[in-house]
Design a protein around this ligand. Structure first.
Ligand SMILES: NC(=O)c1ccc[n+]([C@@H]2O[C@H](COP(=O)([O-])OP(=O)(O)OC[C@H]3O[C@@H](n4cnc5c(N)ncnc54)[C@H](O)[C@@H]3O)[C@@H](O)[C@H]2O)c1
Length: 429
């Protein structure tokens, strides 16, 4: 797959997206200069330590140590590469708009140049490219090119997503920089959508908004299934086989979280509002998701009565399996609500505990699922890690004080759970 004369690149921001992008392009043969302002992170990366959990990433970084160069100095990337991929964070502000301060800091640090281009991988509001080009022009840096190249990788399968993308979207002004980005991705043989910058920016926001809508939709169907005696798993199968709908993102559960969906959906809603359009559908998508996280409390109260003095175990804390990312995880809302309702919360996650410790005060962390279930009145599966699917439910039942198991992701074998003497409650089943 590699060719000897691949374009060297710079990657600014070595978080989930930056590091995967860097390792992925190194796999395709590029020398990559990885820049981050976090000196500690860069030091760890130089030592070969990977600061995040992402399957396959450590191996790929190790495989290409000779091609991956880590630095805190942007000048290193500018010296060696024409294309500077920007993968800094764009977290939500209090207003719900994207916080572009890290992006703006990168833009401000660029020197006048006719030889370089910024390639935006960070998820930014529509219009960001236009305003960055205006800033470049006001500062006498009009020679600096700009390309929007939104990222669609999924944490947990990010390497595979990078190497085998559903599509590559490149938004540009039809100049050398866009051509060079297209060329970089060519070996992946993915469908290419080459378009203008604003449309590329909108593709990313619209894709996440659509996926979030699908999740909130099936969660509402699940809630109606609960009151009408139907089973959302069967319903999802029945509608998902329609190829206009498709089976993905039709798994009912306790709501979506993560670093992207909540912030990007909100950012699109705010972007529309700022532009004078009231995006009603997204309001509902967001509200349904917030309520969905809290419905677990109602289910617990239905079986246990008051939660005061009860012990509830959360299995899985990360926002989804195969990551340690805790950003906007449903477990954060659940643990806070449970504690507010007077419950004691025990928890276990195979990899996210270190992240979770900073964010979940007052929680007792356990070393394994069985340990976490010890003395619990109820166990709630929050994140469907594989290891929970193969638990010995008789052992779990033996460790618990009560008998209630809430399967917040409809991921468990309900019959096996019931056979162990536990009361099984899923979402919409
Ligand atoms: N995480 C995902 O699954 C995902 C998927 C698609 C798109 N995105 C988008 O990609 C962007 C990055 O997301 P992430 O999850 O990788 O974020 P992250 O927080 O994991 O990483 C961001 C990195 O940027 C660094 N940084 C901040 N300011 C910097 C600066 N001025 N110069 C150099 N480095 C700087 C930070 O130290 C950090 O290491 C966001 O806009 C996000 O919405 C994320």
């Amino acid at each position: 797959m590699t060719t000897p004369e691949r374009e060297p690149i710079g990657v600014i921001g070595t978080g989930y997206v930056g590091l995967v992008t860097a390792a992925g392009f190194a796999e395709l043969g590029s020398e990559v200069w990885c820049i981050d302002i976090d000196a500690d992170k860069i030091e760890r990366l130089r030592r070969g330590e990977i600061p995040i959990y992402e399957p396959g990433l450590a191996e790929l970084v190790e495989k290409h140590r000779g091609r991956l160069h880590f630095s805190t100095d942007i000048a290193d990337a500018l010296e060696h590469a024409r294309l500077l991929f920007v993968a800094v964070g764009t977290p939500p502000t209090y207003s719900g708009d994207a916080d572009l301060s890290a992006v703006n800091a990168v833009v401000a640090s660029m020197p006048p140049s006719d030889r370089h281009a910024l390639v935006m991988k960070s998820t930014v509001p529509v219009g960001t490219g236009r305003s960055i080009k205006r800033i470049f022009s006001e500062q006498g840096k009009e020679g600096f090119r700009y390309v929007s190249c939104p990222e669609f990788l999924k944490e947990g399968s990010a390497i595979a997503d990078f190497l085998n993308p559903d599509r590559v979207v490149v938004g540009d002004d039809g100049d050398w920089a866009g051509d060079a980005v297209v060329e970089l991705y060519r070996p992946l043989d993915a469908p290419l959508v080459r378009t203008d910058i604003a449309s590329a920016e909108m593709v990313k926001l619209a894709a996440n908004a659509f996926l979030a809508t699908k999740i909130s939709f099936i969660n509402e169907i699940a809630n109606v299934c609960e009151v009408t005696g139907s089973n959302v798993i069967e319903v999802a199968k029945g509608i998902g086989l329609d190829d206009r709908i498709g089976p993905k993102f039709l798994q009912a559960g306790v709501g979506f979280g993560g670093s992207c969906f909540p912030k990007d959906v909100n950012a699109l809603k705010q972007l529309a509002g700022n532009s004078g359009y009231h995006f009603q559908l997204l309001n509902a998508v967001i509200e349904v998701n917030e309520l969905q996280k809290r419905r677990v409390i109602g289910k617990l109260e239905k079986h246990l009565g008051t939660l005061v003095g009860k012990t509830v175990t959360l299995l899985g804390l990360a926002f989804k399996p195969n990551t340690d990312d805790m950003r906007e995880a449903t477990s954060l809302v659940l643990s806070a609500r449970l504690q507010a309702a007077g419950a004691t919360v025990r928890a276990y996650d195979p990899v996210a505990e270190e992240e979770a410790r900073h964010m979940m005060p007052g929680i007792a962390f356990a070393d394994g699922a069985l340990d976490a279930a010890e003395g619990a009145d109820a166990v709630v599966l929050v994140t469907e890690w594989d290891e929970f699917k193969t638990l010995d439910w008789a052992d779990v039942a033996g460790a618990m004080q009560g008998t209630l198991l809430i399967d917040g992701r409809n991921a468990l074998d309900a019959d096996a759970v019931r056979a162990a003497g536990l009361t099984y409650e899923g979402i919409g089943v």
